[in-house]
Design a protein around this ligand. Structure first.
Ligand code: NAP
Ligand code: ZN
Ligand code: ZN
Length: 347
């Protein structure tokens, strides 16, 4: 065991504070990672504020982790000391169920082990990436391509894979009309990835304030959802809509933007239910679906895809002492487009 510096939430209502967490001793199949950067995902905020249910406080969150390997267990074959690596939202799964065998560990039938607030194999609560080091089973550690800088790679480990997976599954590509609702951390990656896949991309944002950025990320069109004319103009337009919004929105209004056989995929995770009027589905044999992160093999595929296409996250690098302020800015949709903590400021 070792004690390492970290930032943790003491409760749902108090600011995050500097503290320490324990990391297990490096086992035969484990990798010790010296963390360099950790992204701030809106899920970190939902979690620490108790939006999604009970939380084992004090809790260190963070599941967009990049750094270098500084120690490997005796049986480790996939990673070596000095490698540039990443860890996303999960650190283990049962590996035996049908979904794990299919490479969809995020849908493990026994429940994947989350990078934070999960139950580790020694029974302890997992603690996430707002810390200087982490020990992870080698099978849940990704290779970060040399072509992507550490700080802009970190958000790929959640925002990148969470949008890549449904875009790949529902076949975003040439000839397909894809809309992205909400252009924050996930949304801006969805725009870049869908455009790199060859789709015609439309951003549906609350205002036109980020239009220039959206077009620079690869969108062909950009509309404000605060303007009711947007919903009239775009009725029956899209093959695929990726909803990244962290709050409830009127699903019926967005479903009606799908053309025949189109699919709206929820990746945004508001705590409240999203009611759906079946008539919005009947109108054009539409589907309403959901998607959770992506498997380990697919996460590696996404990292390699981003390197090949020269894309990564647009980030604002902050120090460990700026995390609480960053949370408030994320909650106000004032993020361009992912906050990333420079973990050197925690050492
Ligand atoms: P984020 O950076 O805060 O982006 C969310 C965006 O949604 C905002 O930038 C804003 O975009 C829009 N938005 C926010 N509040 C809104 C409101 N009241 N009405 C309309 N639009 C609003 O958050 P994120 O990190 O991308 O995460 C987004 C959601 O995905 C969160 O709920 C998170 O928990 C969830 N998530 C799910 C998965 C999964 O596996 N399914 C993985 C990661 C995250 P505009 O300013 O452009 O309107
Ligand atoms: Zn996340
Ligand atoms: Zn499983």
């Amino acid at each position: 065991m070792s004690t390492v510096n970290a930032i943790a939430a003491p409760s749902a209502t108090e600011p995050l504070v500097r503290t320490t967490v324990e990391r297990r001793a490096v086992g035969p199949r484990d990798v010790l990672i010296e963390i360099r950067y950790a992204g701030i995902c809106h899920s970190d905020i939902h979690t620490v504020r108790g939006d999604w249910g009970k939380v084992p406080y004090p809790l260190t969150v963070g599941h967009e982790i990049v750094g270098q390997v500084t120690e490997v267990g005796a049986e480790v074959t996939r990673h070596s000391i000095g490698d540039r690596v990443g860890v996303g939202c999960m650190v283990n799964s049962c590996r035996e169920c049908d979904n794990c065998k299919a490479g969809e560990e995020q849908y493990c039938l026994k429940g994947m082990v989350g990078t934070y607030a999960g139950t580790d194999r020694d029974g302890s609560v997992t603690q996430g990436g707002y810390s200087t080091h982490i020990v992870v089973d080698e099978d849940f550690v990704l290779r970060v391509p040399e072509a992507i800088a550490y700080e802009t790679a970190a958000p790929l480990l959640c925002a990148g894979i969470t949008t890549y997976s449904p875009l790949a599954h529902w076949k975003a590509g040439p000839g397909r009309n894809v809309a992205v609702v909400g252009m924050g951390g996930l949304g801006h990656m969805a725009v870049k990835i869908a455009a790199a896949m060859g789709a015609e991309v439309t951003v549906l944002s609350q205002t036109l304030g980020k239009k220039d950025d959206g077009l620079a990320f690869g969108a062909a069109h950009y509309y404000a959802t605060s303007d009711p004319a947007t919903f009239e103009k775009l009725a029956n337009t899209f093959d695929l809509i990726i909803n990244t919004v962290s709050a409830p929105i009127d699903m019926g209004a967005y479903l009606r933007l799908l053309r025949l056989d189109g699919t709206l995929v929820a990746v945004g995770a508001p705590p409240e239910p999203l009611p759906v009027q079946v008539f919005a589905l009947f109108g054009a044999r539409r589907s309403f679906a959901g998607s959770s992160i992506g498997g380990i093999a697919e996460t590696q595929e996404m990292l390699d895809f981003c390197a090949e296409h020269g894309i990564s996250a647009q980030v604002e690098v902050i120090s460990a002492d700026e995390v609480n302020e960053a949370y408030e800015r994320v909650l106000k949709s004032d993020v361009r487009y992912r906050f990333v903590i420079d973990i050197d400021t925690l050492r």
